[in-house]
Design a protein around this ligand. Structure first.
Ligand code: GLC
Ligand code: CA
Length: 828
């Protein structure tokens, strides 16, 4: 079981970060599992289902190491441990494993530049002999005159980058708070010590590291002490060492720099795989407020090309102030004027407000900004709470305004903690116009029109098209400068994005002649627009609205009939169940729509499918065979969504040949599994044909197994009747399958039992089952085939769905179904 669950989690793809959707959070702010007012790893692990439901594929954790917490943990006192408030190393490992099990990667913080003054290295250094290796772990000076050209970053709090240490009898260098002495990278011992820190976390399975404050590693007189060649040299060595030892890991540079300096952190593809694009962020806010596309186009035009294996990280907000370092003085004045009229909102060179507050809780603007975040080139980073439009508290000091507890419900402490409100690490947001009672996960989960649901749809849509993460960018220049329009292209995908930056209705006249003949399909509603010709394509846009169109028939698989369906070719590494992760998963989901159309039991044939999605995947095995029981949600353009049960297996060799001959229609894809010792080619198919699967199911019923899923559990049970009827071990019975069923699929076991699987999974008790139980338990009616067992799906939200029912098989009078359910049969 274990190996499969671990198998289908993560894409074996070294450039996974290009398709990622990153969620930034602080463990202390997320969920408190032991009621001490501080979020912890136990709590975060409990909330992983939420993140999976949101659809994010990576979590970036702010520093969680032992620390005096004078800079929220960026003042590290011990690099290889967990702050006791947040749990233990073993709690972290559990979290990591559970995240991976859900296909979520984990990115942690690597603060190379400085430590806390409480770190043992600093305590040793200040007492060590001047000039010794230990002393030189940090940067010392007899006078505070060196490196005068380096700016002060926390200018509201510090007046110099030097602080006097009476113990050492010398000044030490620090780019941030005075309690954060900078490490001395001239000392090779420092570099070595930090490399072993990296090894420690990566060996544990951490997938990526954000390199905090990376431009400041080295100092040199006469420079501003940023981006020095030595810093890049160190990064190259670090990267080389990581690549030698580990696979699929990622380094993300935090370099708050102009584009040409920031790209240097990609090197020639041999430094960091990712870097934040700091300057584009304030320009998105400017463009919105100025109702003019210029700031965005201008900064992206100034952004150099990046190496093929590299990717920008984009964000709207994060745990720091909205930084205005990478703008001109006039631009900064403008930003302060329009987004931080109250001086209390300002800090250092930035603005300490959350997204929803900055945008005046105008949901159109919030949606528009997120749509840009998700479609401009780069990987989007969502800051926790922004997906529900969480508010802030600008009176909390430093950057704590945007670091308050996550709002889960309208309960005490926003459902974040059961501690006394006084005990919380920071108070919850209770300002009337952003009170947690109104803005919380629970309230929004219950309202399909909420911002949270909108975000979920946005996340899901982005995952369907590789062009968003990997495509090229070409701007279109309609005359109307209030409209931003661009295309993203990758292989045969072309996405057209059009955004109205204005608060009024606008038109755009676009030259789309390059795409003549294709008809734009709006991605969210799948409405087809008139075909493109040589003449200008004119569109009207509502205030702050945006459109995402597909210009190629990428999604057209839904419309194509099965006969035209080219056999899908898939390849995964490691284990076949990797078809359920990453990009392959999306491809399989898309092709399911076409497959379902060919099934007799599929009820949605006459409807237009908008999309299909796996909502549950649970492996079950029998001997050497294994099947994944999946639940597929089918969304229609008009009607309510439906869920279907879809067991999938992999077969190769002779077995695959047999299926190809006897039931070609049950094959979903040709599948190649790449393994260390070569390739295995086979097929992915509907496991209802699989006798081993049938055997695994009756065995599960017999042994009352509970199969753990992510959204719920499959619970198999048997009734009293089963014990009475069972004469031989059930798994000795010959298994056969029935093909010609109408709305369901069945297995027959010898001449003893029939197991009927309900293909459509409806929440609530299945009426068939209810009648069966009634007849079996309440009336020992001899003509009724007794119910011998059931399989149910129980969601974590407390809903139940019948998945299967096992009954005594009665030959003479047809199968159990016709017998129990024949309308003419009187129910006593
Ligand atoms: C980075 C972090 C910030 C921290 C600083 C010093 O800029 O984002 O929160 O205060 O580094 O470590
Ligand atoms: Ca706690």
């Amino acid at each position: 079981m274990r190996e499969i669950t671990e198998g289908f989690t993560l894409d074996d793809d070294p450039s996974w970060y290009k398709d990622a959707i990153i969620y930034e959070l602080h463990v202390r702010a997320f969920y408190d599992s032991n009621d001490d007012g501080i979020g912890d790893f136990g709590g975060l692990t409990e909330k992983l289902d939420y993140l999976q439901d949101l659809g994010v594929t990576a979590v970036w954790l702010l520093p969680f190491y032992p620390s005096p917490l004078k800079d929220d943990g960026y003042d590290i006192a011990d690099y290889t441990n967990v702050h006791p408030s947040y749990g233990s190393l073993s709690d972290f490992k559990t979290f990591l494993r559970e995240a991976h099990r859900r296909g979520i990667r984990v990115i942690t913080e690597l603060v190379l530049n400085h430590t806390s003054d409480q770190h043992a290295w600093f305590q040793r250094a200040r007492r060590a002999r001047p000039g010794s290796v230990w002393r030189d772990f940090y940067v010392w000076s007899d006078n505070p005159e060196k490196y005068k050209d380096a700016r002060i970053i926390f200018k509201d709090f510090e007046t110099s980058n030097w602080t006097w240490d009476p113990v050492a009898n010398a000044y030490y260098w620090h780019r941030f708070y005075h309690h954060q002495p900078d490490l001395n990278f001239e000392n090779p011992e420092v570099g070595r010590s930090l490399k072993s820190v990296v090894n420690f976390w990566l060996s544990m399975g951490v997938d990526g590291m954000r390199l905090d404050a990376i431009p400041y590693l080295y100092e040199r007189e006469g420079t501003n002490c940023e981006n020095l060649p030595e810093t890049h040299q160190y990064l190259r060595t670090l990267r080389r060492q990581i690549d030698q030892r580990f696979r699929n890991r990622m380094l993300l540079a935090e370099a708050n720099q102009w584009p040409e300096d920031a790209v240097a952190y990609f090197g020639n593809g041999d430094e960091c795989q990712m870097a934040f694009h700091f300057p584009v962020m304030p320009r998105m806010f400017m463009a919105l407020r100025m109702e003019d596309r210029f700031p965005i186009i201008d900064i992206l035009a100034q952004t150099p090309h990046i190496p093929e294996n590299c990717q920008w990280a984009l964000f709207l907000r994060n745990h720091d102030e909205l930084t205005l370092e990478m703008v001109t003085d006039e631009e900064r004045d403008y930003m302060y004027r329009v987004y931080a009229h109250d001086p209390q909102m300002r800090i250092n060179l930035g603005i300490r407000r959350r997204l929803a507050s900055l945008l005046g809780k105008d949901w159109n603007r919030i949606e528009l900004m997120n749509a840009l975040l998700f479609s401009l080139p780069g990987t989007p980073v969502i800051y926790y709470g922004d997906e529900i439009g969480m508010g802030d508290n600008i009176y909390l000091g430093d950057r704590n305004s945007v670091r308050t507890p996550m709002q889960w419900s309208s309960d005490r402490n926003a459902g974040f903690s059961k501690a006394s409100p006084h005990r919380l690490y920071l108070p919850t947001v209770i300002d009337p116009d952003s009170h947690y009672e109104a803005f919380n996960v629970e309230a929004q989960q219950n309202n399909p029109h909420s911002m949270l649901w909108w975000m979920k749809r946005l996340v899901a849509m982005r995952k369907r098209y590789k062009a968003f993460g990997r495509g090229t960018l070409e701007f279109l220049y309609p005359d109307n400068h209030r409209v931003l329009a661009f295309t993203r292209r990758y292989q045969d995908e072309v996405i057209l994005v059009i955004a109205n930056l204005s608060r009024f209705v606008q038109y755009a006249s676009l030259d789309l002649s390059a795409f003549k003949g294709s008809a734009p399909i709006e991605l969210f509603g799948r409405a087809e627009f008139p075909p493109i010709s040589d003449s200008p394509y004119v569109l009207t846009l509502g205030p702050h609205s945006f459109y995402w169109f597909a210009l190629t028939p990428v999604g057209a698989i839904f419309e194509r009939s099965n006969s035209q369906r080219a056999p899908l070719q898939l390849a995964v590494s490691g284990h076949w169940s990797n078809v359920f992760s990453g990009r392959t998963r999306v491809t399989v989901e898309d092709s399911l729509a076409a497959y379902l159309q060919t099934r007799r039991w599929f009820g949605g044939k006459a409807r237009q499918i908008k999309g299909t999605e796996f909502t549950e995947i649970v492996p079950i095995r029998w001997d050497s065979a294994e099947t994944c029981i999946t639940e597929v949600q089918v969304e229609y353009t008009e009607e309510d969504p439906e869920r279907y049960l879809m067991p999938l297996s992999f077969a190769s060799g002779e077995r695959a040949e047999q299926i190809r001959e006897s039931a070609p229609a049950a094959i979903l894809a040709q599948l190649t599994v790449r393994k260390k010792d070569g390739e295995e080619t086979g097929i992915l198919y509907d496991a209802i044909l699989d006798k081993d699967f049938g055997r695994a199911l009756i065995d599960a019923i017999d042994r009352r197994r509970q199969l753990r899923g992510t959204a719920g559990d499959f619970v198999a049970s048997f009734t009293r009747a089963m014990r009475e009827i069972r004469s031989v071990p059930v798994t000795n019975l010959e298994v056969s399958t029935i093909r010609a069923e109408q709305s369901n699929s069945s297995f027959v076991y010898g001449d003893e039992f029939i197991l009927k699987l309900f293909r459509r999974v409806d929440r609530g008790v299945n009426p068939d089952l209810e009648i069966g139980h009634f007849l079996t338990d309440r009336v020992p009616f001899q003509h009724t085939p007794p119910v011998a067992g059931t399989i149910e799906y129980r969601t974590k939200r407390g809903e139940t769905a019948s998945v299967g029912i096992l009954q005594k098989y009665i030959h003479n009078e047809g199968d159990a179904w016709s017998q129990t359910l024949a309308p003419s049969r009187p129910i006593p």
